[in-house]
Each structure stands twice: as C-alpha cells, then as structure tokens.
Design a protein around this ligand. Sequence first.
Ligand code: SF4
Length: 58
Amino acid sequence: MNTQKMQQPNEAIKCYVNHCHYYMNGDHCSATQIEVQNKHAKSSQETDCATFTPTQQA
Ligand code: SF4
C-alpha cells in the first residue's frame, strides 16, 4: 500500500493509538488509507492496524 499522511483527519477512522506517525489530535487518523489484519481474527481484540508506524523519537 502507498499510504500518505494528510493535513486533515480521515473522518472515517477513529483511533486512540497516539504514538503512531499518522495519529492526529482528537483521536483521528490522518492516513489516506489503512490496512487491518489479521485474516484469522475471531474478535476485535485479534485485529490490528498494519499501517501503524511508530512516531519518530525527537
Ligand atoms: S495508521 Fe492505524 S494506528 Fe496509526 S493512527 Fe491510523 S488507524 Fe491509528
């Protein structure tokens, strides 16, 4: 996937992962698209965002 970081939130996604590069204040995701794994999940706890990228440490 060729995911870009936008200047505005992706209104379709609510995310609390505030150490992600794509996280935006207000619990938003600013990625143009996300990928969710895993194929064999049987509950929401077994899914995760594969687009997650750790925030660069300053
Ligand atoms: S890429 Fe995934 S983990 Fe990162 S802010 Fe967006 S939804 Fe959250």
